[in-house]
Design a protein. Structure first.
Length: 79
């Protein structure tokens, strides 16, 4: 992990197209401003982790989709 010290109004540039600026500091809270391309995705870590967990759970359910489909009458479909 990289640690940097910045003051209000100072920035860092990431990959030539993402700028992170310190906007405000109040006690232990820091407000950051981000400038980035419109095609970039930015998520809070807890949201990102929830999406990853849901995607993994959905991928795990995919095994059931590969099995023959059971019709409402209880008969299996033919392939």
């Amino acid at each position: 992990m990289l640690y940097l010290t910045r003051k209000i109004g100072e920035s860092v540039i990431i990959n030539d197209n993402i700028e992170v600026t310190v906007v405000d500091i109040r006690g232990k809270s820091i407000k950051l401003g981000f400038t980035f391309p419109t095609d970039a995705t930015v998520l809070r870590r807890e949201i990102y982790e929830r999406i990853q967990a849901e995607n993994q759970a959905a991928a795990g359910d995919g095994a059931a989709l590969r099995d023959p489909v059971t019709l409402q009458s209880g008969a299996k479909s033919s392939r």
